[in-house]
Design a protein around this ligand. Structure first.
Ligand code: PLP
Length: 381
């Protein structure tokens, strides 16, 4: 990536996740040019929507219907509306430090920029609305059980990032995701995996495949649009057919399923075969091991799932939001500045994931590790 002043960087932000194929991948550019020549928007479905939906259905277990929207925020907001309608209940459970976009009911103890900027509970969200959101602790099933005990028969859905990425990368503990599924089944609530970050990134079938637990509904974004604005929510016909126009749950979008966005998504997913995931896994492992070797044991901690990586300025392990907040953000700031000076473009927050892409190479990763060794010496001094 080159900035406005002509400085070159190795990019680990990847537009916050979508650019799993790197910038301007020739296949994505060609698909966009072909779509552009036909027209930018028709306000009617095109074949490309069907093609992308079929690619999703083929990869994700249990998905029979896909509804496209324009962002991850829209996807989670709409999936929750569907869950509330399907269960006839109003309350939801989310986890501290998980970010699900900026819709009102989800900006409660939110991660990502809201945590970085010190506003995990955003002003402007009506208290009456936030009250319907119960906040549990990631990787702690007991706190979810408490939610169901506190509000029996009132919880519509549990929404979770199956790998938390918005408080830094925090993998689910063994049994956590399946425990959520079992609790939801027992309590008549729906489990929603927000795979906006993990979808098509951590494995062909996302986190659901990687960790072997299926939710009732999925949300997608980022990679599914290949760098253009796309989100989607998806699930079995029985639930998804309750959405308008087949069912009564209203949701619409002027530019949803936009042909340019669909073209970029299709081209990107087609690049992501098994060997692409092996490449991403191998690059991730190389980066993780190199970073760990770059500082004294215990000075830093690295957590990784596939091509999502976070270097925490603490000894770790990090299992929850509370754990993540123990990181030394001052040292992170020094590290980030030093890395930037060495041509390494990292997310400017301790509470974000670094993303590897198919455009990274072992050589680029090794250069990043060398820069990290120098930068850590500065940050930890
Ligand atoms: C980025 C993100 C969102 C929000 O997606 P936008 O396209 O930015 O609205 C929702 N959930 C998760 C897990 C995300 O990482």
């Amino acid at each position: 990536m080159t900035d406005e002043d002509g400085n070159g960087y190795t990019d680990y932000v990847g537009s916050w996740g979508p650019l799993i194929a790197g910038h301007r991948h020739p296949s994505v550019v060609a698909a966009l040019e072909e779509a552009l020549a036909k027209g930018t928007s028709f306000g009617a479905p095109t074949a490309a929507e069907i093609t992308l939906a079929e690619l999703v259905i083929e990869r994700i277990p249990g998905v029979e219907r896909v509804r496209f929207v324009n962002s991850g925020t829209e996807a989670t907001m709409s999936a929750l509306r569907l869950a509330r309608a399907a269960t006839g209940r109003d309350r939801i459970v989310k986890f501290a430090g998980c970010y699900h976009g900026h819709s009102d009911g989800l900006l409660v103890r939110a991660g990502s920029g809201a945590t970085t900027l010190g506003t995990p509970d955003s002003p402007g969200v009506p208290a009456a609305w936030a009250k319907l959101t119960y906040v549990a602790d990631f990787n702690d099933l007991a706190t979810v059980r408490e939610a169901f005990e506190a509000h029996p028969g009132e919880i519509a859905a549990v929404i979770v990032e199956p790998v938390a990425g918005n408080m830094g990368v925090v993998p689910p503990k063994d049994g956590f995701l399946q425990g959520l599924r079992d609790l939801c089944d027992e309590q008549g609530a729906l489990l929603i995996f927000d795979e906006v970050m993990t979808g098509f990134r951590v494995k062909r079938g996302g986190a659901a495949e990687r960790f072997g637990t299926k939710p009732h509904l999925y949300c997608f974004g980022k990679v599914i649009g290949g760098g253009l604005p796309v989100g989607a929510y998806a699930g079995p016909a029985e639930l998804m057919d309750q959405i308008s126009p087949r069912g009564p749950v209203y949701q619409a979008g002027t530019l949803s399923g936009n042909p340019l966005a669909m073209a970029a998504g299709i081209a990107t997913l087609r690049l992501l075969d098994e060997s692409a995931y092996e490449t991403l896994e191998e690059l991730g492992r190389r980066l993780e091991e190199g970073l760990l070797r770059s500082a004294a044991p215990g000075a830093i901690h690295v957590q990784r799932v596939g091509s999502m990586v976070t270097l925490f300025f603490q000894g770790g392990p990090v299992h929850s939001y509370e754990d993540a907040l123990k990181s030394d953000v001052k040292r992170f700031g020094l590290f980030h500045g030093a890395m930037l000076q060495r041509g390494q473009y990292l997310p400017p927050s301790q509470f974000e994931a670094w993303f590897l892409s198919l455009a990274h190479t072992p050589k680029l990763v090794d250069d990043t590790i060398t820069a990290a060794r120098e930068s850590l010496a500065i940050a930890l001094a």
